[in-house]
Write a protein that binds this ligand. Structure first.
Ligand code: GLN
Length: 280
């Protein structure tokens, strides 16, 4: 191969970091390059001088162009790490975010080994249900999603990570559930339709139905909280992820529906992120 067309891993990294206009330019570039090479990230730093083949260079160029146009890295690679798991991602669901680990941690802090029955509503990729099941093999975790493509994706992810204590049911919130649960949790849509955040970054490529809710973002949380009263055991836990500024309205809503011990938890950055409550 003539030297002028040689293109090393190091050069590919430099090009991506230069051209992607995002705080995550370096990580984005690394993930795209690993995807093209079919190698783990450590490979990039072990073999910086290694050259890409013409096909790899072309594939990297195409992915880079799509990333620069705004497409989420997870849509380009089809994968996203969450908790300790690598999950398949499609445009049918929300892309799992590190923020949601606050909800997973809060759930694990409240219930030990079990066996317990736990439901994750609006599961999307299945991220929350699978993270919980991976930590608590004796829990029976039921994940629901109204969108058939999302439920199918959650099932594929369940099979991918081989967590057989997760069952995925198609249906809206609590509707497909049977029996009573020790815990019900959800990362539902909670963004107000006028929130300027919806015009920036990855959310532009995610389904609005996974992001936006009526009543200033609270309508789905309210619906779930109303339904969950019929599916929680006495003293059963209800947990929600919500926006930074929604702690107070979510607490008021849960207290108004008769829940006890209503509490908001902050994430590591000190921002309200999760509100939890118990059946009396
Ligand atoms: N936290 C996500 C965001 O702000 C939204 C998640 C959700 O609506 N459930 O992009």
């Amino acid at each position: 191969m003539p030297t002028e067309s040689a293109f090393s891993i190091q050069q590919a990294l430099a090009e991506g970091i230069n051209r992607i206009d995002s705080d995550s330019a370096r990580l984005d570039t690394e993930l795209l390059l690993c995807h093209v090479l079919g190698k783990p990230r450590s490979y990039l730093f072990t073999w910086p001088e290694r050259e890409l083949t013409a096909e790899q260079r072309q594939a990297f160029g195409e992915l880079l162009a799509r990333r620069i146009a705004g497409e989420p890295v997870a849509h380009l690679t089809g994968l996203r790490d969450f908790w300790t798991l690598t999950l398949e991602v499609t445009a049918d669901t929300l892309i799992p975010r590190p923020d949601t680990e606050t909800l997973v941690e809060a759930a694990l802090e409240r219930l030990g080994d079990g066996p317990y029955r736990v439901a994750d509503l609006g599961t999307g990729t299945g991220a929350i249900a699978l993270a919980l099941a991976s930590e608590r093999p004796r829990w029976q975790v039921i994940a629901t999603d109204r969108v058939p493509e999302a439920a199918e994706l959650a099932r594929r992810n369940r099979d991918r990570v081989e967590l057989h204590n997760v069952e995925v049911l198609t249906g809206s919130w609590c509707e497909p559930l049977g029996g009573l649960f020790d815990m019900i949790l959800s990362n539902p849509p909670y963004i107000d339709e006028h929130d300027p955040h919806l015009a920036e970054g990855d959310v532009r490529f995610e389904p609005r139905s996974a992001l936006v809710a009526d009543e200033s973002g609270l309508s789905d949380i309210r619906q779930i909280a109303e339904q969950a009263r019929n599916y929680l055991k006495p003293e059963g836990w209800l947990l929600f992820e919500h926006g930074y500024d929604q702690g107070e309205p979510v607490r008021a809503l849960l207290a108004g529906l008769g829940y006890a011990q209503v509490t908001t938890l902050n994430d590591l950055g000190g921002r309200a992120r999760v509100t939890l409550a118990r059946m009396p």
